[in-house]
Write a protein that binds this ligand. Structure first.
Ligand code: AMP
Length: 260
């Protein structure tokens, strides 16, 4: 695996059908599932490793985001990534950078995090233009993000296939997230209310009841930013976000349909 820091060097390495997996590092089995899918479907796998300041609202969230490039490089190499694109901030946002992608309505997650999806959208469009992938891989864990990316690609006629892969969870059901590293043992136990409440919501939905109300009632003392039913290309998803201590976690389950 090659670690590449500049756009110029990256472009000189690219040939054939490329699969791109955008990440912010602190890699875990969720990211590895995206690498595996990209490895199976493309000649060259590029993973980007870039903590995109533009998508963080809170400076403290950005400052405390876990970073360990050496560990990430090892995991990426083990998963068959060919090129790790790890640019400095100024390579992506050089002085004078002024153009942003405005995504319009981005559901409750967008409403809860002003400017977040503008940052996500801008960096994704830049990565698509830099890497020119045939396919790009995203996790269902960030369902609203997947929706936004699919919409950008459609609205701006970008020639890339967006693949969305299932959420990878710990054995007890907690969705893997780089942010889980910040949870204390007690907080981690309380965080389990998220997947459990979503499961309760999904059961209620199956019975023809109110999935959102059932999820809210089962959150076991956590106060959600929102509980929302969202539609991703005809797939119905039940999504929630809640703070556990100082850490904001998101999770969702599919109620109907299948993601691809
Ligand atoms: P991040 O590094 O958190 O920006 O995530 C990079 C990609 O990995 C995004 O497309 C996420 O949706 C995806 N991802 C994060 N956590 C998981 C998970 N537990 N299962 C599957 N994909 C995930």
């Amino acid at each position: 695996m090659k670690i590449v820091r500049t756009i110029r060097e990256l472009r000189s390495e690219l040939h054939g059908e490329v699969g791109l997996v955008p990440t912010m590092g602190a890699l875990h089995a969720g990211h590895l599932s995206l690498f595996d899918a990209a490895r199976a479907e493309n000649e060259i796998v590029v993973a980007s490793l870039f903590v995109n300041a533009a998508q963080f609202g809170q400076p403290v969230d950005l400052a405390s985001y876990p970073r360990d490039e050496a560990a990430d490089a090892k995991l990426a190499e083990g998963a068959g990534v060919d090129i790790l694109f790890a640019p400095a901030e100024a390579e992506i946002y050089p002085p004078g950078f002024a153009t942003w992608v405005d995504v319009g309505d981005a559901g409750e997650e967008g409403a809860a995090r002003s400017g977040h999806f503008r940052g996500v959208a801008t960096v994704c469009v830049k990565l698509f233009n830099i890497v020119k992938p045939r396919r790009a891989y995203f996790g269902q864990k960030d369902a609203q993000q997947a929706i936004v990316v699919r919409r950008i690609v459609r609205d701006l006629n970008i020639d890339v296939q967006i693949r969305v892969l299932p959420t990878v969870r710990d054995e007890d059901g907690l969705a893997l997230s780089s942010r889980n590293a910040r949870l204390s043992e007690e907080e981690r136990a309380r965080a389990l209310a998220l997947p459990r409440a979503l499961a309760a919501g999904a059961r209620e939905y199956g019975l023809g009841g109110d999935a959102v109300a059932a999820t809210r009632n089962a959150l076991n003392g956590l106060t959600p930013d929102y509980v929302e039913l969202i539609d991703l290309d005809g797939v119905t998803i039940l999504a929630t976000a809640a703070k556990v201590g100082a850490t904001r976690l998101i999770d969702n389950v599919i109620l109907e349909g299948e993601l691809t």
